[in-house]
Design a protein around this ligand. Structure first.
Ligand code: GAL
Length: 409
């Protein structure tokens, strides 16, 4: 109350408001070891501006957090800022007028010239106005392999999805789960979409998710993807954890051989003391079609009337893109920076590989950007059923998938 009174006093006499140590509630779903370390970097940099980061961590990753964040914003209880993934889910909030326009700051700081890939800023832009600041680039089409697990089984480390599937029986004979995964619904969808791009190929992915070609979705090219998904659902039997980072822990402990997960997982391996390239190797595009979605995370800011909150929002938006923040945050997170003009030292070989693929332009749009949240939810529900019940006929799953594509928006 005092702060508001003082603010009114200074505003009445049109005096410059002092910079208050404003509390800014920041919601996110970065709760694993490496994610929490990355959050600490942002919070420390933000607090150094004189404001106060009030942490709003939400457990359960995006599948749980996105609906919670969305309902708080639409329900009139907005946070000061929130991490969110690019895509149509946030697009609906922007279109409804809930989110703050940051175009002025973006133009003052030259974001359009700084940010790479530029699609990250495109994903923040609605009707030529900019509504978010990208913080990190992630791609999801990676197969991570534990060299220890393959050594235990006496099998060469695979260089492709095909070789990995062929190694599964020998891994099982040595008590090793071939493919670790959390059972949260978003991870079932992630596996399927990664196989759609990596095994099906970018053209197949774009015909299904971009063109929404239902007949093609029910055809032979996509049947190849469902056959790969059928292999995957047999390979995850025995992986009985919920969280993605607990699935990663199975590789760290030598209990599982592989994991299909976004490149943020390397942050978890590094945080556990493993060496990427030696203890853990990565296959971009599963070693098949080396295309990646250049998506990732950004910070979005609900519209609020409090000038002190607005000032703190601008301070956070500006801090995120600072070169030193980009380096320290992304190294902790295991993600790529959103600026080309920063040097990431001790970059992992997998981050190097990812940057090489993005620089080569082998990029596809993410499902989150191509499909509505409702369509994604329908596909996710189907994949939860398909991956958790190996008796669910593959042909029936593909028919139901094609029907979802037919009404996709
Ligand atoms: C993604 C997010 C990543 C990571 C992952 C698992 O949606 O972009 O930064 O947090 O969820 O939590």
């Amino acid at each position: 109350m005092l702060r508001t009174t003082c603010a009114a006093f200074f505003t009445t006499f049109s005096l410059a408001l002092p910079v208050w140590a404003t509390d800014l509630e920041v919601t996110h779903w970065w709760t694993s070891g490496s994610e929490a370390a990355a959050v600490r970097v942002l919070a420390d940099k933000f607090n150094a501006t004189g404001h106060n980061w009030v942490d709003g961590a939400i457990a359960g990753a995006g599948g749980v957090a996105r609906p919670l964040i969305t309902s708080r914003i639409t329900g009139g209880d907005p946070m000061g800022a929130t991490q969110f993934t690019h895509g149509r889910a946030m697009g609906e909030l922007i279109e409804a007028g809930f989110m703050r326009d940051f175009t002025d700051l973006a133009e003052r700081e030259g974001w359009r010239d700084l940010i790479f890939p530029s699609t990250l800023l495109d994903d923040c832009t609605f009707e030529d106005r900019i509504y978010c600041v990208p913080s990190n680039t992630h791609s999801q089409q990676w197969l991570w392999l534990s060299t220890e697990a393959f050594a235990t089984a006496g099998v060469k480390v695979p260089t492709s999805w095909t070789e990995f599937v062929a190694a599964a029986p020998t891994l099982r004979e040595h008590g090793i789960v071939p493919l670790a995964t959390g059972r949260q619904p978003w991870q079932m969808q992630l596996i399927f979409n990664a196989l759609m791009i990596s095994v099906g190929g970018p053209d197949v992915f774009n015909r299904v998710y971009g063109d929404k070609d239902a007949e093609f979705a029910g055809g032979p090219e996509v049947a190849i993807v469902f056959a790969a998904a059928d292999d995957a659902r047999h390979m995850i039997v025995g992986s009985n954890v919920q969280e993605w980072n607990l699935a990663a822990q199975m590789l760290i402990d030598g209990k599982a051989a592989g994991q299909i997960m976004g490149d943020w997982v390397q942050g978890e391996f590094v945080h556990a003391g493993l060496t990427i390239g030696t203890d853990i190797v990565c296959l971009a595009g599963m070693g098949e079609h080396q295309y990646l979605t250049a998506a990732g995370d950004a910070f979005f800011f609900p519209k609020v009337n409090d000038p002190s909150i607005q000032e703190a929002q601008e301070a956070l938006a500006s801090i995120i893109l600072q070169p030193v923040t980009q380096v320290e945050f992304n190294l902790a997170k295991g993600s790529l920076p959103v600026r080309r003009d920063v040097e990431l030292h001790n970059v992992t070989p997998c981050m190097q590989a990812g940057m090489g693929i993005l620089n080569s332009g082998q990029i596809v749009s993410s499902a989150n950007s191509l499909l509505s949240p409702d369509t994604i939810a329908q596909i996710t529900d189907l994949m939860v059923e398909f991956f958790n019940d190996t008796s669910f006929p593959v042909e029936q799953a593909q028919e139901e998938f094609a029907a979802i594509v037919r009404t996709a928006d």
